[in-house]
Design a protein around this ligand. Structure first.
Ligand code: RP5
Length: 160
C-alpha cells in the first residue's frame, strides 16, 4: 500500500474484529492506511513512539480503538497534534459503556473525536477520517460522495 495517511491503532488484537470496520471502509475509499496494535498499559513505550512520530511519518489522522479503561485515544491525542478519532470497543463486563466514558470525557484542551461503541463507531471513524482528508483532496471527496450515494440508493422503499 502507498504511504499511509491514516493510522489505525488498537489496544489489543481482540479489538481487530471491531476496528476492521475502519480499515475496510478506508480501503473501499482508496485511502492509504496502516494498522497497529498499540496498548497504552501493556506497551506504553510503543504508544509513545507511535504518537510522537505519527505526524513526522506523514500520517494525517489517527483512529484509536480500545475497550474497558480505554485511555489509548486520550494518551495518543496528548502526544500528537493530529486529529485523533476514538472508537470505544465493546467490553464484556459493561458492554462498552466504560470504554465510551473513558474516551469521550476528555478535559478541555486535548480533543478526541469520539464515535459510537463498537463496529458502527469504527466504520464511522473511517468515514470521518476520509471526510477530513477529502477537504484537501477533490478526488477523494468525489469517491466519498459516490459511496454515500450508493448507500442512499440501496435503501429500500418498502420493508419487504
Ligand atoms: C484493552 O483491553 C483493549 O483495547 C481491549 O479492548 C481490552 C481487552 O484486551 P485483551 O484482554 O482482549 O487483550 O486494552
Amino acid at each position: 500500500m502507498e504511504h499511509p495517511l491514516v493510522g489505525i491503532i488498537m489496544g489489543s488484537t481482540s479489538d481487530w474484529d471491531t476496528m476492521q470496520g475502519a480499515a475496510d471502509v478506508l480501503a473501499e475509499l482508496g485511502v492509504a492506511h496502516e494498522t497497529r496494535v498499540v496498548s497504552a498499559h501493556r506497551t506504553p513505550d510503543r504508544l509513545y513512539d507511535y504518537a510522537k512520530n505519527a505526524a513526522g511519518r506523514g500520517l494525517k489522522v489517527v483512529i484509536a480503538g480500545a475497550g474497558g479503561a480505554a485511555h489509548l485515544p486520550g494518551m495518543a491525542a496528548a502526544m500528537t497534534h493530529l486529529p485523533v478519532l476514538g472508537v470505544p470497543v465493546q467490553s464484556k463486563a459493561l458492554k462498552g459503556q466504560d470504554s465510551l466514558l473513558s474516551i469521550v470525557q476528555m478535559p478541555a484542551g486535548i480533543p478526541v473525536g469520539t464515535l459510537a461503541i463498537g463496529k458502527a463507531g469504527a466504520i464511522n471513524a473511517g468515514l470521518l477520517a476520509a471526510a477530513i482528508l477529502a477537504t484537501a483532496d477533490e478526488a477523494l471527496s468525489q469517491r466519498l460522495q459516490a459511496w454515500r450515494q450508493r448507500q442512499t440508493d440501496a435503501v429500500a422503499t418498502e420493508p419487504a
